[in-house]
Design a protein around this ligand. Structure first.
Ligand SMILES: Cc1ncc(COP(=O)(O)O)c(C=O)c1O
Length: 385
C-alpha cells in the first residue's frame, strides 16, 4: 500500500516465514513464536467461559472490567499505579495498542524515533499513522548513545518507541539512559511508547528497570504489554496498554475505530494468565533460560563465524556475521533457507544498524534449535571449503 509518501510493506519477518512455508522440512528460528501450546490452566478457563456463554458479545471498548481490575492490581505489584477504569485499555495484541497510540498521539508528517535495530513492525505502524520513522543507532553493546539520540530530536519529533527488553537483540536498556530520555521527552514534548512485551522473560532481573514506575513521567509514557510471549498466546491477539487518563482518553477513540474491543474470548484467556500461579510463570521463564543457554553454547562453537551479545531477556539472539563475503544479511538468510533449510531473519529488517547480523529465535524447542545449528554448521563448513 502506498500512503502517498511512504510504502507500507509486509514485515520482512513475515516474508521469510512465507518463503519458509513453501520449503518442506524447514526448521524455523525466524518469527518470534513460542514453541509451546498455551498452558492448560488458561485453556480450561476459556472453555468454561465459552460454555457459560460469556464470549458472544462485545465487551466495553476499554475491555472487561474484571480484567482491567486484575491488570491494575498486577501493575501495582510491579510499582505502577494506574486507574483500571480510565487509564487501562485491553488491546488486540500489543501491536494494535502501539498502532492505536500512534494514530491518536501523532499527526501526519510528525517524526517518530525508533532504535536501530528494533522490532520491524514499528516502521509499518508509524507509516500507517502517516508519520515518519527516524532511526537512531544503538551502540556496540546495544545500548543508547545519548548524543546520537539528541541529534535525532527535531521540532517534528512526536514520539519515540522503546522496546525494553529489546527485540531483536534480547538485551535490556540501562536505567540511567532511560531516565535521560524521559527527561528529554518532557522538555521536548514528545511521547515514549514503552513496549515491554518481553517483561516476563528476563533472565537477569537485577538489570531491569521500567520508566512506568516513575509517576513524574506518566503523562509522556504509554506502556504496552502483551500476553503473546510469556504465555504462548500469539494466536489469541491480546495485550493491554496504560497511560495517564489524558492520553487514554484519546487512544480509546482510535482503538474503538480499529477493533471496537479486544476479542472477548481472549480477554478471558488473559484473565486466567494473570491469575496463573507464580511457580508456573517461573517454570516458563526457566525453560526459556535453558534454551538461551543451549543457543549460546552452540554459538560459542561457531566463534569463527559469529560474535554476539549474550541475551539477558526475550527469546532472541542477534549474532554478527564475521565472514566478510556474507555481510549482506538477506543474501545469507536466503542461502540458509534454500541450502540449509533453516529460517532466520536478516538483521537489516530491524534497521540499517542491523545489517551484517541475523536474528535467531530461541522460542522453539531445544530439539529444533539443535537441528538448526547442526544444519548451519554444515552450511558454513561447505562454504569455507
Ligand atoms: C517488541 C515487540 N513488540 C510487539 C510485538 C507484537 O506482539 P503482539 O502484537 O503479539 O502482542 C512483538 C512481536 O514479536 C515484539 O517483538
Amino acid at each position: 500500500m502506498d500512503n502517498g509518501s511512504q510504502q507500507i510493506e509486509l514485515s520482512p519477518i513475515k516474508q521469510i516465514e512465507l518463503l519458509a512455508s513453501k520449503i518442506p522440512g524447514v526448521v524455523s528460528l525466524a518469527q518470534g513464536i513460542p514453541a509451546d501450546d498455551t498452558p492448560s490452566i488458561i485453556k480450561d478457563e476459556v472453555i468454561s467461559a465459552l460454555q457459560l456463554g460469556k464470549a458472544a458479545r462485545y465487551s466495553l471498548t476499554y475491555g472487561l472490567p474484571q480484567l482491567r481490575e486484575e491488570i491494575s492490581q498486577h501493575l501495582q505489584s510491579i510499582g505502577m499505579e494506574y486507574d483500571w477504569e480510565r487509564e487501562i485499555i485491553v488491546t488486540a495484541g500489543s501491536i494494535e495498542g502501539i498502532t492505536a497510540s500512534l494514530l491518536a498521539l501523532v499527526s501526519p508528517g510528525d517524526e517518530v524515533i525508533i532504535t536501530s535495530p528494533s522490532y520491524a513492525s514499528y516502521q509499518q505502524a508509524i507509516k500507517v499513522a502517516r508519520a515518519i520513522p527516524v532511526e537512531v543507532d544503538l551502540d556496540d553493546k546495544w545500548q543508547f548513545d545519548l548524543d546520537a539520540f539528541k541529534k535525532k530530536i527535531s521540532k517534528r519529533t512526536k514520539a519515540v518507541i522503546i522496546a525494553n527488553p529489546n527485540n531483536p537483540t534480547g538485551t535490556i536498556f540501562a536505567k540511567q539512559e532511560l531516565i535521560e530520555i524521559a527527561k528529554l521527552a518532557k522538555s521536548n514534548n514528545f511521547f515514549i511508547i514503552l513496549d515491554e512485551v518481553y517483561r516476563d522473560l528476563i533472565y537477569e532481573d537485577s538489570l531491569f528497570f521500567s520508566l512506568a514506575e516513575l509517576p513524574e513521567f506518566r503523562d509522556v509514557i504509554v506502556r504496552v504489554y502483551s500476553f503473546s510471549k510469556a504465555y504462548a498466546m500469539t494466536g489469541w491477539r491480546i495485550g493491554y496498554l496504560h497511560s495517564d487518563k489524558r492520553n487514554v482518553d484519546e487512544i480509546i477513540k482510535t482503538h474503538d475505530a480499529l477493533v471496537t474491543c479486544a476479542p472477548v474470548i481472549s480477554q478471558y484467556a488473559a484473565l486466567a494468565a494473570l491469575l496463573m500461579p507464580e511457580e508456573q510463570k517461573d517454570q516458563i521463564r526457566q525453560a526459556y533460560k535453558n534454551r538461551r543457554d543451549v543457543i549460546v553454547s552452540r554459538l560459542d562453537k561457531m566463534s569463527d563465524i559469529f560474535s554476539y551479545q549474550k541475551p539477558t531477556a526475550a527469546y532472541f539472539v542477534f549474532p554478527k556475521i564475521k565472514l566478510l563475503d556474507w555481510q549482506d544479511s538477506w543474501r545469507l538468510s536466503l542461502a540458509l533457507l534454500e541450502q540449509a533449510k533453516v529460517a532466520v531473519v536478516p538483521g537489516v529488517s530491524f534497521g540499517k544498524r542491523g545489517e551484517g547480523h541475523i536474528r535467531v529465535c530461541f522460542g522453539r524447542s531445544v530439539h529444533d534449535i539443535n537441528i538448526a545449528f547442526d544444519r548451519m554448521e554444515e552450511f558454513f563448513d561447505k562454504i569455507k571449503t
